[in-house]
Design a protein around this ligand. Structure first.
Ligand code: GTP
Ligand code: SPV
Ligand code: MN
Length: 590
Protein backbone atom coordinates (compact mmCIF):
# COMPACT_ATOMS: atom_id res chain seq x y z
CA UNK A 1 0.00 0.00 0.00
CA UNK A 2 1.31 3.45 -0.82
CA UNK A 3 0.04 6.64 0.78
CA UNK A 4 0.17 9.80 -1.23
CA UNK A 5 3.00 12.11 -0.21
CA UNK A 6 2.92 15.87 0.17
CA UNK A 7 -0.67 16.06 1.43
CA UNK A 8 -1.66 18.38 4.27
CA UNK A 9 -2.67 16.25 7.23
CA UNK A 10 -2.75 18.80 10.04
CA UNK A 11 -5.86 20.48 11.38
CA UNK A 12 -3.92 23.33 12.96
CA UNK A 13 -5.77 26.37 11.61
CA UNK A 14 -3.07 28.91 12.48
CA UNK A 15 -0.58 26.86 10.50
CA UNK A 16 -2.89 26.22 7.53
CA UNK A 17 -3.85 29.89 7.33
CA UNK A 18 -0.26 31.06 7.43
CA UNK A 19 0.83 28.56 4.76
CA UNK A 20 -2.10 29.72 2.57
CA UNK A 21 -1.05 33.35 3.00
CA UNK A 22 2.55 32.66 2.13
CA UNK A 23 1.55 30.54 -0.86
CA UNK A 24 -0.64 33.39 -2.06
CA UNK A 25 2.38 35.67 -1.77
CA UNK A 26 4.95 33.39 -3.42
CA UNK A 27 2.63 31.77 -6.02
CA UNK A 28 4.18 28.28 -6.18
CA UNK A 29 2.71 25.77 -8.64
CA UNK A 30 2.26 23.35 -5.75
CA UNK A 31 2.45 23.11 -1.99
CA UNK A 32 4.08 19.96 -0.62
CA UNK A 33 3.64 19.12 3.08
CA UNK A 34 6.56 17.08 4.43
CA UNK A 35 5.83 14.22 6.82
CA UNK A 36 9.44 13.15 7.45
CA UNK A 37 8.87 9.55 6.27
CA UNK A 38 11.44 7.38 4.54
CA UNK A 39 9.24 7.10 1.45
CA UNK A 40 9.20 10.88 1.25
CA UNK A 41 12.97 11.05 1.64
CA UNK A 42 13.44 8.61 -1.23
CA UNK A 43 11.03 10.45 -3.48
CA UNK A 44 12.50 13.89 -2.80
CA UNK A 45 16.08 12.65 -3.10
CA UNK A 46 15.25 11.13 -6.48
CA UNK A 47 13.67 14.41 -7.55
CA UNK A 48 16.76 16.34 -6.39
CA UNK A 49 19.00 14.05 -8.45
CA UNK A 50 16.80 14.50 -11.53
CA UNK A 51 16.84 18.28 -11.10
CA UNK A 52 20.64 18.31 -10.79
CA UNK A 53 20.55 19.59 -7.20
CA UNK A 54 22.23 16.45 -5.88
CA UNK A 55 24.73 14.04 -7.40
CA UNK A 56 24.45 10.42 -6.28
CA UNK A 57 27.79 9.36 -4.82
CA UNK A 58 29.35 5.89 -5.05
CA UNK A 59 26.71 3.86 -3.22
CA UNK A 60 29.08 1.00 -2.45
CA UNK A 61 31.56 3.26 -0.67
CA UNK A 62 29.06 5.79 0.63
CA UNK A 63 25.57 4.30 0.90
CA UNK A 64 22.82 6.91 1.01
CA UNK A 65 25.28 9.75 0.40
CA UNK A 66 24.83 12.64 -2.04
CA UNK A 67 26.81 15.61 -3.25
CA UNK A 68 25.82 19.23 -3.75
CA UNK A 69 27.58 22.30 -5.11
CA UNK A 70 26.21 25.64 -4.01
CA UNK A 71 26.44 28.76 -6.15
CA UNK A 72 30.08 29.96 -5.90
CA UNK A 73 28.78 33.34 -4.70
CA UNK A 74 26.98 31.56 -1.84
CA UNK A 75 29.32 29.44 0.28
CA UNK A 76 29.08 30.83 3.83
CA UNK A 77 26.99 32.86 6.23
CA UNK A 78 26.65 36.52 5.28
CA UNK A 79 26.81 38.67 8.39
CA UNK A 80 26.48 41.94 6.46
CA UNK A 81 23.09 40.76 5.10
CA UNK A 82 21.77 39.45 8.43
CA UNK A 83 19.28 41.70 10.24
CA UNK A 84 17.46 41.88 13.53
CA UNK A 85 14.12 43.56 12.83
CA UNK A 86 12.74 44.81 16.15
CA UNK A 87 10.94 48.10 16.81
CA UNK A 88 13.86 49.91 18.42
CA UNK A 89 17.37 49.99 17.02
CA UNK A 90 18.78 49.96 20.55
CA UNK A 91 17.22 46.55 21.18
CA UNK A 92 19.21 45.12 18.27
CA UNK A 93 22.27 46.89 19.63
CA UNK A 94 25.45 48.08 17.96
CA UNK A 95 26.74 44.60 17.04
CA UNK A 96 23.72 43.74 14.84
CA UNK A 97 22.36 45.11 11.59
CA UNK A 98 18.90 46.53 12.15
CA UNK A 99 15.87 47.22 10.01
CA UNK A 100 12.47 48.46 11.23
CA UNK A 101 10.07 45.49 11.01
CA UNK A 102 7.56 47.26 8.73
CA UNK A 103 10.28 48.21 6.23
CA UNK A 104 11.77 44.73 6.34
CA UNK A 105 8.42 43.01 5.78
CA UNK A 106 7.68 45.29 2.87
CA UNK A 107 11.05 44.81 1.26
CA UNK A 108 11.04 41.02 1.70
CA UNK A 109 7.43 40.52 0.69
CA UNK A 110 8.14 42.47 -2.48
CA UNK A 111 11.07 40.18 -3.21
CA UNK A 112 9.03 37.04 -2.48
CA UNK A 113 5.96 38.11 -4.47
CA UNK A 114 5.48 35.53 -7.21
CA UNK A 115 9.00 34.21 -6.56
CA UNK A 116 7.92 30.55 -6.53
CA UNK A 117 6.13 30.53 -9.91
CA UNK A 118 6.91 27.26 -11.64
CA UNK A 119 8.28 25.87 -8.37
CA UNK A 120 7.15 23.80 -5.40
CA UNK A 121 6.73 25.29 -1.92
CA UNK A 122 7.76 22.68 0.65
CA UNK A 123 6.27 22.91 4.14
CA UNK A 124 8.85 21.64 6.63
CA UNK A 125 7.55 21.29 10.21
CA UNK A 126 10.40 20.59 12.62
CA UNK A 127 11.37 20.36 16.27
CA UNK A 128 14.37 21.97 17.89
CA UNK A 129 14.95 19.68 20.86
CA UNK A 130 13.81 16.17 21.80
CA UNK A 131 10.06 15.51 21.77
CA UNK A 132 8.50 16.25 25.14
CA UNK A 133 11.27 18.50 26.47
CA UNK A 134 10.17 21.67 28.26
CA UNK A 135 12.86 23.46 26.22
CA UNK A 136 11.80 22.13 22.81
CA UNK A 137 10.42 24.57 20.22
CA UNK A 138 8.42 23.95 17.07
CA UNK A 139 9.33 25.66 13.82
CA UNK A 140 7.88 25.48 10.34
CA UNK A 141 10.06 26.41 7.39
CA UNK A 142 8.52 27.12 4.01
CA UNK A 143 11.12 26.76 1.28
CA UNK A 144 11.44 26.34 -2.47
CA UNK A 145 14.76 24.49 -2.08
CA UNK A 146 14.83 20.70 -2.07
CA UNK A 147 18.37 20.90 -0.73
CA UNK A 148 17.02 22.75 2.32
CA UNK A 149 14.28 20.14 2.82
CA UNK A 150 16.75 17.25 2.71
CA UNK A 151 19.20 19.02 5.04
CA UNK A 152 16.46 19.97 7.51
CA UNK A 153 15.42 16.32 7.51
CA UNK A 154 18.86 15.45 8.90
CA UNK A 155 19.48 18.47 11.11
CA UNK A 156 16.13 18.49 12.92
CA UNK A 157 13.39 16.11 14.03
CA UNK A 158 11.21 16.81 11.03
CA UNK A 159 7.67 16.07 9.83
CA UNK A 160 4.85 14.29 11.65
CA UNK A 161 6.68 14.37 15.00
CA UNK A 162 6.69 18.18 14.94
CA UNK A 163 3.04 18.50 13.91
CA UNK A 164 1.93 16.23 16.71
CA UNK A 165 4.06 18.14 19.25
CA UNK A 166 2.48 21.38 17.99
CA UNK A 167 -1.10 20.13 18.14
CA UNK A 168 -3.61 22.97 17.86
CA UNK A 169 -1.33 25.69 19.25
CA UNK A 170 -0.26 28.63 17.13
CA UNK A 171 3.02 29.06 19.00
CA UNK A 172 5.49 28.00 16.33
CA UNK A 173 8.34 29.79 14.63
CA UNK A 174 7.35 30.96 11.16
CA UNK A 175 10.19 30.67 8.66
CA UNK A 176 10.01 31.60 4.99
CA UNK A 177 12.87 30.86 2.64
CA UNK A 178 13.00 31.79 -1.06
CA UNK A 179 16.01 31.11 -3.22
CA UNK A 180 15.11 33.92 -5.66
CA UNK A 181 17.98 34.17 -8.16
CA UNK A 182 20.67 33.49 -5.52
CA UNK A 183 22.22 36.92 -6.04
CA UNK A 184 24.19 38.67 -3.27
CA UNK A 185 22.30 41.92 -3.97
CA UNK A 186 19.02 40.24 -3.10
CA UNK A 187 20.28 38.24 -0.11
CA UNK A 188 18.68 39.04 3.27
CA UNK A 189 18.39 36.99 6.42
CA UNK A 190 15.87 38.82 8.61
CA UNK A 191 14.69 38.00 12.12
CA UNK A 192 11.52 39.36 13.72
CA UNK A 193 11.80 38.44 17.40
CA UNK A 194 8.41 40.03 18.30
CA UNK A 195 6.64 37.81 15.78
CA UNK A 196 8.80 34.69 16.21
CA UNK A 197 9.36 34.95 12.46
CA UNK A 198 12.29 34.55 10.09
CA UNK A 199 12.49 35.44 6.40
CA UNK A 200 15.55 34.43 4.40
CA UNK A 201 15.96 35.14 0.70
CA UNK A 202 18.63 34.93 -1.98
CA UNK A 203 20.85 32.22 -0.48
CA UNK A 204 20.85 28.42 -0.54
CA UNK A 205 23.65 27.75 1.94
CA UNK A 206 23.95 26.49 5.49
CA UNK A 207 23.27 28.83 8.35
CA UNK A 208 21.55 31.31 6.00
CA UNK A 209 18.78 28.89 5.08
CA UNK A 210 18.56 25.94 7.50
CA UNK A 211 16.39 28.20 9.61
CA UNK A 212 16.22 25.96 12.68
CA UNK A 213 19.95 26.35 13.29
CA UNK A 214 21.41 29.83 13.62
CA UNK A 215 18.19 31.77 12.95
CA UNK A 216 15.80 29.99 15.34
CA UNK A 217 18.05 28.14 17.78
CA UNK A 218 20.38 31.10 18.33
CA UNK A 219 19.09 34.50 17.17
CA UNK A 220 15.38 34.05 17.96
CA UNK A 221 16.33 31.53 20.68
CA UNK A 222 18.51 34.05 22.52
CA UNK A 223 15.55 36.49 22.58
CA UNK A 224 13.23 33.77 23.90
CA UNK A 225 15.84 32.73 26.45
CA UNK A 226 16.14 36.25 27.76
CA UNK A 227 12.36 36.48 28.13
CA UNK A 228 11.87 32.99 29.58
CA UNK A 229 14.98 32.70 31.78
CA UNK A 230 17.29 30.36 29.88
CA UNK A 231 20.37 30.53 27.66
CA UNK A 232 20.62 29.82 23.91
CA UNK A 233 24.30 29.36 23.16
CA UNK A 234 26.75 28.56 20.35
CA UNK A 235 28.11 25.63 22.35
CA UNK A 236 28.94 21.97 22.00
CA UNK A 237 27.90 19.62 24.81
CA UNK A 238 29.91 16.54 25.73
CA UNK A 239 30.00 13.93 28.45
CA UNK A 240 33.28 12.68 29.94
CA UNK A 241 33.13 9.15 31.35
CA UNK A 242 35.94 8.03 33.64
CA UNK A 243 37.14 4.41 33.71
CA UNK A 244 35.13 4.07 36.92
CA UNK A 245 31.94 5.19 35.15
CA UNK A 246 31.67 8.72 36.60
CA UNK A 247 30.08 11.06 34.04
CA UNK A 248 30.71 14.81 33.88
CA UNK A 249 29.12 17.08 31.28
CA UNK A 250 30.64 20.24 29.89
CA UNK A 251 29.50 22.87 27.38
CA UNK A 252 31.98 24.83 25.28
CA UNK A 253 31.62 27.96 23.15
CA UNK A 254 34.19 28.33 20.37
CA UNK A 255 33.50 30.65 17.42
CA UNK A 256 32.56 29.26 13.99
CA UNK A 257 35.30 27.07 12.54
CA UNK A 258 37.21 26.95 15.84
CA UNK A 259 36.88 23.34 16.94
CA UNK A 260 33.46 22.58 18.49
CA UNK A 261 32.72 19.54 16.30
CA UNK A 262 36.24 18.21 16.88
CA UNK A 263 36.11 18.69 20.65
CA UNK A 264 32.60 17.22 20.91
CA UNK A 265 33.72 14.02 19.15
CA UNK A 266 37.17 13.74 20.66
CA UNK A 267 38.90 10.36 21.02
CA UNK A 268 41.10 10.36 24.14
CA UNK A 269 44.75 9.42 23.50
CA UNK A 270 46.45 6.21 24.65
CA UNK A 271 47.39 7.77 27.99
CA UNK A 272 43.68 8.02 28.88
CA UNK A 273 42.80 4.39 28.36
CA UNK A 274 39.33 3.62 29.62
CA UNK A 275 38.12 7.24 29.37
CA UNK A 276 35.25 7.95 27.00
CA UNK A 277 33.92 11.12 25.43
CA UNK A 278 30.22 11.07 24.53
CA UNK A 279 28.77 13.66 22.15
CA UNK A 280 25.53 15.36 23.17
CA UNK A 281 25.78 18.18 20.61
CA UNK A 282 28.39 19.89 18.42
CA UNK A 283 27.09 23.42 17.79
CA UNK A 284 24.17 24.61 19.90
CA UNK A 285 23.14 24.31 23.56
CA UNK A 286 19.93 25.43 25.22
CA UNK A 287 20.49 25.64 28.96
CA UNK A 288 18.04 26.10 31.80
CA UNK A 289 18.27 25.76 35.57
CA UNK A 290 16.83 22.44 36.72
CA UNK A 291 14.80 21.63 39.86
CA UNK A 292 17.96 20.46 41.66
CA UNK A 293 19.63 23.86 41.22
CA UNK A 294 22.04 22.78 38.50
CA UNK A 295 22.19 24.08 34.94
CA UNK A 296 20.78 21.58 32.42
CA UNK A 297 21.55 21.58 28.68
CA UNK A 298 19.89 20.07 25.65
CA UNK A 299 21.15 19.93 22.08
CA UNK A 300 18.23 21.20 19.99
CA UNK A 301 19.64 19.65 16.80
CA UNK A 302 19.42 16.15 15.35
CA UNK A 303 22.45 16.18 13.04
CA UNK A 304 25.83 17.74 12.38
CA UNK A 305 26.58 20.40 9.77
CA UNK A 306 30.33 20.07 10.12
CA UNK A 307 33.41 21.54 8.44
CA UNK A 308 34.91 18.94 6.06
CA UNK A 309 38.50 20.18 5.47
CA UNK A 310 40.86 18.89 8.13
CA UNK A 311 38.53 16.02 9.05
CA UNK A 312 40.45 12.72 8.99
CA UNK A 313 40.72 9.40 10.80
CA UNK A 314 43.60 10.98 12.68
CA UNK A 315 41.93 14.26 13.67
CA UNK A 316 38.31 13.14 14.10
CA UNK A 317 37.70 9.40 13.88
CA UNK A 318 34.10 9.60 15.10
CA UNK A 319 33.20 12.22 12.50
CA UNK A 320 34.73 10.02 9.78
CA UNK A 321 32.60 7.11 10.99
CA UNK A 322 29.55 9.34 11.17
CA UNK A 323 29.80 10.45 7.53
CA UNK A 324 30.10 7.01 5.92
CA UNK A 325 26.36 6.82 5.18
CA UNK A 326 23.20 8.91 4.69
CA UNK A 327 25.29 12.07 4.52
CA UNK A 328 25.08 15.11 2.24
CA UNK A 329 28.37 16.69 1.19
CA UNK A 330 28.43 20.33 0.10
CA UNK A 331 31.28 22.02 -1.82
CA UNK A 332 33.88 19.31 -1.23
CA UNK A 333 35.83 17.79 -4.18
CA UNK A 334 34.31 14.98 -6.26
CA UNK A 335 36.46 11.99 -7.28
CA UNK A 336 36.08 10.12 -10.60
CA UNK A 337 34.74 7.04 -8.78
CA UNK A 338 31.99 8.96 -7.00
CA UNK A 339 33.84 9.34 -3.71
CA UNK A 340 34.57 12.70 -2.05
CA UNK A 341 37.78 14.42 -0.98
CA UNK A 342 38.98 17.50 0.88
CA UNK A 343 42.26 18.98 2.03
CA UNK A 344 43.40 17.22 5.19
CA UNK A 345 41.57 13.93 4.47
CA UNK A 346 43.61 10.76 4.99
CA UNK A 347 45.87 9.49 2.24
CA UNK A 348 47.49 11.27 -0.67
CA UNK A 349 45.64 13.91 -2.71
CA UNK A 350 43.87 12.36 -5.72
CA UNK A 351 45.68 12.46 -9.08
CA UNK A 352 42.66 14.31 -10.36
CA UNK A 353 39.16 15.31 -9.36
CA UNK A 354 36.53 17.99 -9.80
CA UNK A 355 36.88 20.89 -7.39
CA UNK A 356 34.03 22.51 -5.46
CA UNK A 357 33.23 24.64 -8.50
CA UNK A 358 33.09 21.60 -10.79
CA UNK A 359 36.38 22.34 -12.52
CA UNK A 360 39.16 19.82 -13.17
CA UNK A 361 41.67 19.80 -10.29
CA UNK A 362 45.10 18.14 -9.93
CA UNK A 363 47.66 18.38 -7.12
CA UNK A 364 49.43 21.02 -9.24
CA UNK A 365 46.40 23.30 -9.10
CA UNK A 366 46.89 26.51 -7.12
CA UNK A 367 43.40 26.66 -5.67
CA UNK A 368 41.93 24.36 -3.06
CA UNK A 369 39.89 21.38 -4.28
CA UNK A 370 37.35 21.66 -1.47
CA UNK A 371 36.04 25.03 -0.34
CA UNK A 372 37.48 25.86 3.13
CA UNK A 373 33.89 26.07 4.41
CA UNK A 374 32.75 22.88 2.64
CA UNK A 375 30.60 20.79 4.96
CA UNK A 376 28.95 17.46 5.65
CA UNK A 377 25.37 17.10 6.87
CA UNK A 378 25.11 13.86 8.85
CA UNK A 379 22.54 12.33 11.20
CA UNK A 380 23.76 12.44 14.82
CA UNK A 381 22.53 8.86 15.14
CA UNK A 382 25.45 7.77 12.93
CA UNK A 383 27.90 8.90 15.60
CA UNK A 384 29.22 5.80 17.41
CA UNK A 385 29.82 7.97 20.50
CA UNK A 386 26.42 9.67 20.54
CA UNK A 387 25.49 10.19 24.19
CA UNK A 388 22.32 8.25 25.04
CA UNK A 389 21.22 11.41 26.88
CA UNK A 390 20.99 13.30 23.56
CA UNK A 391 17.30 12.32 23.45
CA UNK A 392 16.66 12.98 27.14
CA UNK A 393 14.01 15.72 27.44
CA UNK A 394 15.60 16.90 30.73
CA UNK A 395 19.04 17.38 29.17
CA UNK A 396 22.32 16.88 31.04
CA UNK A 397 23.68 18.76 34.10
CA UNK A 398 26.59 21.02 33.14
CA UNK A 399 29.64 21.09 35.45
CA UNK A 400 31.86 23.37 33.37
CA UNK A 401 31.42 26.04 30.73
CA UNK A 402 34.43 26.54 28.49
CA UNK A 403 35.08 29.57 26.32
CA UNK A 404 37.76 29.44 23.65
CA UNK A 405 38.95 31.42 20.67
CA UNK A 406 41.48 30.99 17.90
CA UNK A 407 44.40 33.11 19.05
CA UNK A 408 47.94 32.82 17.70
CA UNK A 409 49.25 34.89 20.63
CA UNK A 410 48.36 36.28 24.06
CA UNK A 411 45.87 33.67 25.37
CA UNK A 412 47.20 30.70 27.37
CA UNK A 413 46.16 27.10 26.75
CA UNK A 414 43.86 27.02 29.75
CA UNK A 415 42.78 28.98 32.80
CA UNK A 416 39.84 29.02 35.17
CA UNK A 417 37.75 32.06 36.08
CA UNK A 418 37.71 33.17 39.73
CA UNK A 419 33.90 33.09 39.84
CA UNK A 420 30.76 33.43 37.69
CA UNK A 421 31.07 37.21 37.13
CA UNK A 422 34.72 36.88 36.16
CA UNK A 423 33.77 33.98 33.89
CA UNK A 424 31.11 36.06 32.19
CA UNK A 425 33.74 38.75 31.68
CA UNK A 426 36.10 36.16 30.16
CA UNK A 427 33.39 35.08 27.74
CA UNK A 428 32.35 38.65 26.99
CA UNK A 429 35.87 39.71 26.08
CA UNK A 430 36.70 36.66 23.97
CA UNK A 431 38.58 37.38 20.78
CA UNK A 432 39.12 35.09 17.81
CA UNK A 433 40.59 35.08 14.32
CA UNK A 434 37.86 35.02 11.66
CA UNK A 435 37.40 31.80 9.64
CA UNK A 436 35.81 30.74 6.33
CA UNK A 437 32.46 30.03 8.05
CA UNK A 438 31.44 33.62 7.33
CA UNK A 439 31.96 35.52 4.08
CA UNK A 440 34.82 38.07 4.30
CA UNK A 441 38.47 38.18 5.30
CA UNK A 442 39.83 35.32 7.40
CA UNK A 443 42.53 35.35 10.08
CA UNK A 444 41.63 38.72 11.63
CA UNK A 445 41.21 38.96 15.38
CA UNK A 446 37.87 40.38 16.40
CA UNK A 447 35.88 40.38 19.63
CA UNK A 448 33.40 37.54 19.50
CA UNK A 449 31.65 37.52 22.90
CA UNK A 450 30.74 33.98 23.95
CA UNK A 451 31.19 33.00 20.25
CA UNK A 452 27.80 34.72 19.78
CA UNK A 453 28.77 37.89 17.87
CA UNK A 454 26.94 36.75 14.69
CA UNK A 455 24.14 35.01 16.61
CA UNK A 456 22.92 37.16 19.49
CA UNK A 457 19.43 38.35 18.53
CA UNK A 458 19.40 41.41 20.78
CA UNK A 459 21.64 44.06 22.34
CA UNK A 460 24.91 42.40 23.33
CA UNK A 461 25.12 44.51 26.52
CA UNK A 462 21.70 43.19 27.61
CA UNK A 463 22.93 39.71 26.79
CA UNK A 464 25.83 40.16 29.24
CA UNK A 465 23.30 41.34 31.81
CA UNK A 466 21.19 38.24 31.18
CA UNK A 467 24.25 36.03 31.76
CA UNK A 468 25.00 37.83 35.04
CA UNK A 469 21.37 37.53 36.15
CA UNK A 470 21.32 33.81 35.44
CA UNK A 471 23.68 33.32 38.37
CA UNK A 472 20.83 34.10 40.77
CA UNK A 473 18.73 31.34 39.26
CA UNK A 474 21.41 28.63 39.43
CA UNK A 475 22.18 27.30 42.89
CA UNK A 476 25.18 25.23 41.76
CA UNK A 477 26.68 27.17 38.85
CA UNK A 478 29.14 25.50 36.50
CA UNK A 479 32.75 26.62 36.80
CA UNK A 480 33.94 28.70 33.86
CA UNK A 481 37.17 28.17 31.91
CA UNK A 482 39.00 29.68 28.95
CA UNK A 483 41.03 27.61 26.47
CA UNK A 484 43.08 28.34 23.36
CA UNK A 485 44.20 25.42 21.18
CA UNK A 486 45.70 27.77 18.60
CA UNK A 487 48.67 29.58 20.20
CA UNK A 488 51.68 29.60 17.84
CA UNK A 489 55.46 29.89 18.15
CA UNK A 490 57.61 32.47 16.33
CA UNK A 491 57.78 30.18 13.29
CA UNK A 492 54.00 30.12 13.08
CA UNK A 493 53.65 26.49 14.23
CA UNK A 494 50.93 25.49 16.67
CA UNK A 495 52.45 25.10 20.14
CA UNK A 496 49.80 22.61 21.25
CA UNK A 497 49.07 19.34 19.37
CA UNK A 498 45.33 19.76 19.92
CA UNK A 499 42.55 17.36 18.89
CA UNK A 500 42.65 14.17 21.05
CA UNK A 501 45.36 15.67 23.23
CA UNK A 502 42.83 18.30 24.33
CA UNK A 503 41.72 15.51 26.66
CA UNK A 504 44.59 16.56 28.92
CA UNK A 505 43.07 20.01 29.31
CA UNK A 506 39.59 18.57 29.73
CA UNK A 507 40.87 16.23 32.44
CA UNK A 508 42.24 19.16 34.43
CA UNK A 509 38.96 20.99 33.97
CA UNK A 510 36.80 18.14 35.27
CA UNK A 511 39.24 17.50 38.10
CA UNK A 512 38.79 21.13 39.09
CA UNK A 513 35.01 20.71 38.95
CA UNK A 514 35.21 17.64 41.20
CA UNK A 515 37.54 19.52 43.56
CA UNK A 516 40.38 17.04 43.00
CA UNK A 517 43.26 19.30 41.94
CA UNK A 518 44.81 22.57 42.99
CA UNK A 519 45.74 25.57 40.91
CA UNK A 520 47.70 28.76 41.30
CA UNK A 521 46.32 32.22 41.20
CA UNK A 522 47.47 34.28 38.24
CA UNK A 523 46.33 37.67 36.89
CA UNK A 524 44.04 35.97 34.34
CA UNK A 525 42.55 33.38 36.70
CA UNK A 526 43.47 30.00 38.15
CA UNK A 527 46.27 28.26 36.23
CA UNK A 528 47.09 24.53 36.40
CA UNK A 529 50.11 23.71 38.52
CA UNK A 530 52.68 21.71 36.54
CA UNK A 531 52.17 18.68 38.81
CA UNK A 532 48.41 18.67 38.17
CA UNK A 533 48.60 18.81 34.40
CA UNK A 534 49.18 15.42 32.77
CA UNK A 535 51.89 15.60 30.08
CA UNK A 536 52.86 11.94 30.26
CA UNK A 537 53.20 10.19 26.93
CA UNK A 538 52.93 13.47 25.03
CA UNK A 539 55.84 13.24 22.62
CA UNK A 540 57.79 16.40 21.87
CA UNK A 541 56.00 18.52 24.46
CA UNK A 542 58.05 19.31 27.55
CA UNK A 543 57.38 20.99 30.87
CA UNK A 544 59.21 23.97 29.39
CA UNK A 545 56.73 24.04 26.47
CA UNK A 546 53.92 24.01 29.00
CA UNK A 547 55.38 27.08 30.64
CA UNK A 548 55.66 28.78 27.24
CA UNK A 549 52.06 28.06 26.32
CA UNK A 550 50.79 29.30 29.71
CA UNK A 551 52.99 32.40 29.63
CA UNK A 552 51.38 35.82 30.11
CA UNK A 553 53.16 38.49 28.09
CA UNK A 554 52.49 41.89 29.66
CA UNK A 555 52.99 43.85 26.44
CA UNK A 556 50.47 41.60 24.64
CA UNK A 557 48.02 41.99 27.51
CA UNK A 558 48.27 45.77 27.39
CA UNK A 559 47.14 45.59 23.77
CA UNK A 560 44.50 43.00 24.64
CA UNK A 561 42.98 45.22 27.32
CA UNK A 562 42.82 48.12 24.86
CA UNK A 563 41.19 45.95 22.24
CA UNK A 564 38.60 44.75 24.76
CA UNK A 565 37.85 48.39 25.45
CA UNK A 566 36.80 48.96 21.84
CA UNK A 567 33.90 46.53 22.29
CA UNK A 568 33.03 47.96 25.70
CA UNK A 569 32.96 51.52 24.36
CA UNK A 570 30.68 50.40 21.54
CA UNK A 571 28.32 48.83 24.08
CA UNK A 572 28.83 51.50 26.71
CA UNK A 573 25.30 52.81 27.31
CA UNK A 574 23.96 49.49 28.56
CA UNK A 575 27.13 47.67 29.58
CA UNK A 576 26.73 46.11 33.06
CA UNK A 577 28.99 47.82 35.59
CA UNK A 578 30.34 44.43 36.57
CA UNK A 579 32.12 44.28 33.20
CA UNK A 580 33.86 47.63 33.83
CA UNK A 581 34.88 46.57 37.34
CA UNK A 582 36.25 43.25 36.09
CA UNK A 583 38.30 45.11 33.53
CA UNK A 584 39.71 47.40 36.19
CA UNK A 585 40.57 44.43 38.41
CA UNK A 586 42.30 42.67 35.53
CA UNK A 587 44.38 45.72 34.69
CA UNK A 588 45.27 46.11 38.38
CA UNK A 589 46.35 42.46 38.62
CA UNK A 590 48.44 42.75 35.47
P1 GTP B 1 31.21 25.65 13.16
O1 GTP B 1 30.52 24.42 12.66
O2 GTP B 1 31.53 26.63 12.07
O3 GTP B 1 30.47 26.33 14.28
O4 GTP B 1 32.67 25.23 13.66
P2 GTP B 1 33.27 24.29 14.79
O5 GTP B 1 33.56 25.11 15.99
O6 GTP B 1 32.45 23.07 14.97
O7 GTP B 1 34.69 23.92 14.17
P3 GTP B 1 35.34 22.51 13.77
O8 GTP B 1 35.40 21.54 14.91
O9 GTP B 1 34.69 22.04 12.54
O10 GTP B 1 36.86 22.92 13.46
C1 GTP B 1 37.20 23.80 12.46
C2 GTP B 1 38.67 23.78 12.16
O11 GTP B 1 39.46 23.82 13.34
C3 GTP B 1 39.08 22.52 11.42
O12 GTP B 1 39.91 22.88 10.33
C4 GTP B 1 39.87 21.73 12.44
O13 GTP B 1 40.84 20.93 11.84
C5 GTP B 1 40.46 22.82 13.33
N1 GTP B 1 40.68 22.33 14.71
C6 GTP B 1 39.75 21.76 15.52
N2 GTP B 1 40.30 21.41 16.71
C7 GTP B 1 41.60 21.78 16.66
C8 GTP B 1 42.69 21.70 17.59
O14 GTP B 1 42.57 21.20 18.71
N3 GTP B 1 43.88 22.21 17.18
C9 GTP B 1 44.04 22.77 15.94
N4 GTP B 1 45.24 23.25 15.63
N5 GTP B 1 43.05 22.86 15.04
C10 GTP B 1 41.83 22.38 15.39
C1 SPV C 1 28.77 28.36 11.89
O1 SPV C 1 29.12 29.16 11.00
O2 SPV C 1 28.93 28.62 13.10
C2 SPV C 1 28.17 27.07 11.52
C3 SPV C 1 27.89 26.80 10.11
O3 SPV C 1 27.91 26.26 12.39
S1 SPV C 1 26.42 27.55 9.55
O4 SPV C 1 25.31 26.62 9.81
O5 SPV C 1 26.55 27.78 8.10
O6 SPV C 1 26.19 28.78 10.25
MN1 MN D 1 28.39 27.03 14.45
Amino acid sequence: MTTELGICRTRNHALINWVDQMAELCCPDRVFWCDGSLAEKDQLTERAVQEGILVRLNQEKLPGCYYHRSNPNDVARVEQSTYICCESEEDAGPTNNWMPPADAYQKLHNLCRGAMRGRVLYVVPYLMGPPGSPLTKVGVELTDSLYVVLNMRIMTRMGEVALSELGERDSFNRGLHCLLDVHPDRRFICHFPQDNTIISVGSGYGGNVLLGKKCLALRIGSCLGRKEGWLAEHMLILGVESPGGEKTYVAAAFPSGCGKTNFAMMVPPERFKGWKIWTVGDDIAWMKPGPDGRLYAINPENGYFGVAPGTSLQSNLNAMRTITRDTLFTNVALLPDGDVWWEGKDGRPPAECLDWRGQRWTPESKEKAAHPNSRFTAPMRNNPMLAPEADNPQGVPISAIIFGGRRATTLPLVCEAFNWIHGVYMGATMGSETTAAAAGATGQVRRDPMAMLPFCGYNMAHYFRHWLNMRKRIKYPPRIFNVNWFRKDEQGRFLWPGFGENMRVLKWIIDRCQGRVGAHEMPLGWFPRAQDFDLEGLKGFTAQDFETIQNINLEEWRREALSQDELFIKLYSYLPKEMIFQRELLVARL
